[in-house]
Every structure is written in C-alpha cells, then in structure tokens.
Design a protein around this ligand. Structure first.
Ligand SMILES: [Zn+2]
Ligand SMILES: [Zn+2]
Length: 276
C-alpha cells in the first residue's frame, strides 16, 4: 500500500542527527512500510553571505543518495531532493545549486525573514508578552510575501513547505494564533502555486511531536482547496531515522477529510500522482 515521506533530512543537513544517513533512512522507511521516500536536505541560500548556516556538502549527499537508490531498487522508490531555504534572498545561490545538480524534487522554504533570525531561535513567549499578537500577524504576512518571492525566484520548485512554520513556535510558548486572519494573503500565494502546478506540503512534524495539528492547519488546507488547489505533498520533516513515516496515515486522513486526494511523488525523475 502506498505510503510516502517527502520531507526528510540526513546528516548532510546542519541539524541532521549523526546516524541519519541516506542508508539508515531507507532502512527505516522500509521498516515503516513507506513506499516512496524523498531525501530533502537543507540548502539555506544565506549560508555564505550571512554565515547564517554551515555549508551543505552537495556532492557528498549526491553520492550517498545515488548509492542508496541502487541498493534499495525494487524495495523503495527513493527520490533525490532538496529543501531550499530563502531562495528569494540570494537567488544566485539557488540558481547555482540547481544548475549543478539534477534534483528530482525541490521544496521551497522560508526559515528566516530577510535580516532576521530563523524562527527556530525566536523567543515566542517574549514576543507575546512584550509585544503583541499583532506582531506575529505582521511577521506572518511578511513570511507569506517572501514565500511568494520564492515562487517567483525558482524555475524548479515542486512544493511549498510548512506554511505555518511560525505556528510550531507560537504553540511551543503556550500561545495560539489564528492564521486564518490572513486568508487574503494566503489566497494570493495559493493562486500563484496552483497556476504553476506546485503542490502544498502537509508537514506532519507537529503531529508526531504531539502538537495536535499539521502545518498548515486543516482550515488552511480547506482554503487551499477552495482556491482550486489539489496537489499535496506530505512529509515528516524527520532529522533522524526514528521518525520516518510517522503520522503520515494521520496526515492522509486529514487530507481526505478536506476532500483532497492527489499526492505528488516523483519516480525516476517523473511526476506521478497517487490517489488516496
Ligand atoms: Zn524547513
Ligand atoms: Zn525540513
């Protein structure tokens, strides 16, 4: 039975666990009944100019992923992917990377707003206490604007990752925020991706981490569908082998409950839609 995990990280990502190798991820995927796995290590476009992140060993990752493809042929559909962060901020970095490597699957992300820290490092409790939820709204609007720029920057992009990335951190600080207040802004982004056949990712890391919601939330998924969106990708955003495939079925159920059924995968470089 079809089961995919289309957002995963190995030790080639700066934040990947040491035991997270293309080989160990494939073993974990097979053990979890995953039929389609995409390895999508981080490439953060501001790594060099801002020294914001360590470098990404693209050649090393390529070698190990190709070896794993060969080793697990017939057992697992392994796809050679990448998660490109902040392509809009340093377009030349993204272009150079994409020109040098034939990635089969490209995720577009924003982890930090222009000139700001990765949301991962924000103290959201302080933001809520010292400023106001309005500040979160302001940041989210900027975040969506930058995602629109990412779409305009990249010729090759297959999906947009963790649309409500901030939500994970708001929730961590025991605060909640209704991102649907910004539905107009999100509609603009959805229209942009739909007309280019770019999918929307359902990131289930917040499900397996116990937050109780995927990124984005169910109501945002419904908005995507209302705008005419159909294509979905789904990923655990695992940074170690033990979470590969976790909560994907739960994610599938959420997707179905919205009336969406088309999951995008890439096999041998060709896009393929699996119906769930
Ligand atoms: Zn990400
Ligand atoms: Zn990721």
């Amino acid at each position: 039975m079809f089961k995919c995990d289309y957002h995963t990280h190995t030790r080639f990502s700066f934040d990947g666990a040491r035991d997270s190798t293309p080989d160990s991820l494939c073993e974990a995927a097979i053990a979890q009944g995953v039929t389609d796995l995409a390895i999508t290590d981080h490439f953060e476009c501001n790594w060099r100019a801002e020294a914001a992140y360590p470098p990404y060993d693209s050649d090393g990752a390529y070698k190990e992923i190709m070896a794993a493809k060969e080793k697990y042929k017939g057992k697992l559909n392994l796809t050679y992917g990448i998660e490109i962060g902040q392509a809009n901020q340093y377009p030349e970095e993204a272009k150079k990377l994409l020109a040098a490597h034939d990635y089969e699957f490209v995720i577009g992300s924003i982890h930090n707003l222009r000139g700001a820290l990765d949301f991962h490092y924000w103290d959201f409790k302080k933001v809520f206490d010292d400023m106001s939820p309005a500040y979160i709204g302001y940041c989210f609007e900027r975040y969506i604007d930058e995602l629109c720029e990412v779409i305009d920057t990249l010729d090759k992009i297959d999906t947009v990752a963790h649309l409500t990335y901030l939500h994970r951190y708001c929730a961590l600080s025991d605060n909640d925020y209704d991102f649907m207040k910004h539905s107009d802004k999100m509609e603009k982004l959805f229209k942009k991706i739909i007309c280019r056949d770019i999918a929307l990712e359902i990131n289930v890391s917040t499900l397996w981490k116990g937050f109780g919601f995927p990124m984005p939330h169910k109501d945002i998924l419904a908005l995507y569908r209302e705008c005419g969106g159909r294509l979905i990708t789904i990923g655990t955003d695992s940074h170690s082998p033990e979470h590969i495939g976790e909560c994907v079925e739960e994610g599938f159920n959420i997707i179905r409950s919205i009336g969406l059924h088309d999951i995008l995968v890439v096999r041998n470089g060709e896009k393929h839609i699996e119906k769930i």
